[in-house]
Design a binder for this molecule. Structure first.
Ligand SMILES: [Zn+2]
Length: 250
């Protein structure tokens, strides 16, 4: 009888211990988990990035197997700061440089224009990251002087000039081509014979009008009748025939 009583007491004690132990273990685990989530010292703060991290995107394919000529550069796809294409001077046009792999077709296009009595001028080819910093900054300052706040000024500037890293000119595959008789970068280019010839024929040399009318929602850039981008003949013809922009291609 007595040993039965003892056994019963032992069982009750054991139940007490287990009953206390489990909530205590749970409590310790809970405190531990909570402490793990708490910041140590100064809480880490990641400021929102001004623009996306540099990444290479390629239009018209799955990325890895897509050729160099289809590299997509825009405000969502900046080039790395140290992007360094092999360059050749666009001879004899103002000393501007262009990607060596595509310079032959650019020169051929310019020569054919001249042979037809036209007078094209490449006023901007390759631009380094640093020069894009200067150009963007001067546009921001102009907007600031018009009374825009810093954020708004940057937004206004980026409608006309890409922020550093986001300019296609940094790729070495973009050229601003104007008429020698009209070097204003505005819509008056539309009516020059040089621009009309380029709009009609540039795809045969592997170029597209990069920022066409009505595509600002995709490109993020206003209509620029003077900005041409080398994409290769096949892509240029497809893009032109379909009336799409590079962002929509692929
Ligand atoms: Zn341009």
């Amino acid at each position: 009888m007595r040993s039965k009583q003892k056994k019963k007491e032992r069982t009750i004690r054991l139940l007490y211990i287990v009953g206390l132990l489990i909530p205590m273990v749970l409590l310790v685990l809970l405190v531990w988990a909570l402490l793990g989530d708490l910041p140590e010292g100064t809480p880490d703060y990641d400021p929102p990035p001004d623009r996306p991290a540099p990444s290479l995107a390629l239009a018209g394919g799955d990325g890895e197997n897509t050729p160099w000529n289809l590299v997509l550069v825009n405000s969502a796809h900046p080039l790395p700061e140290d992007w360094a294409p092999d360059l050749t001077v666009i001879d004899p046009y103002t000393g501007e440089e262009f990607d060596s792999r595509a310079i032959g077709e650019l020169n051929a296009m310019l020569r054919d224009m001249e042979a037809q009595g036209l007078h094209p001028l490449v006023c901007s080819g390759y631009r380094s990251y640093e020069s894009q910093v200067d150009i963007f900054q001067s546009n921001v300052e102009e907007a600031l002087s018009q009374g825009y706040a810093q954020d708004e000024a940057e937004q206004q500037a980026s409608l006309w000039v890409m922020p550093p890293g986001c300019s296609e000119h940094q790729s070495g595959l973009a050229a601003d081509i104007v008429s020698q008789d009209n070097q204003c970068l505005d819509e008056s280019q539309d009516s020059t014979p040089e621009q009309q010839w380029l709009h009609a024929n540039c795809q045969d040399y592997g170029f597209i009008l990069r920022y066409p009318r009505g595509k600002t929602e995709f490109t993020g850039v206003n209509y620029e009748p003077w900005h041409y981008r080398y994409v290769g003949k096949e892509a240029a013809r497809e893009i032109t025939a379909q009336g799409i922009c590079l962002e929509e291609y692929g």
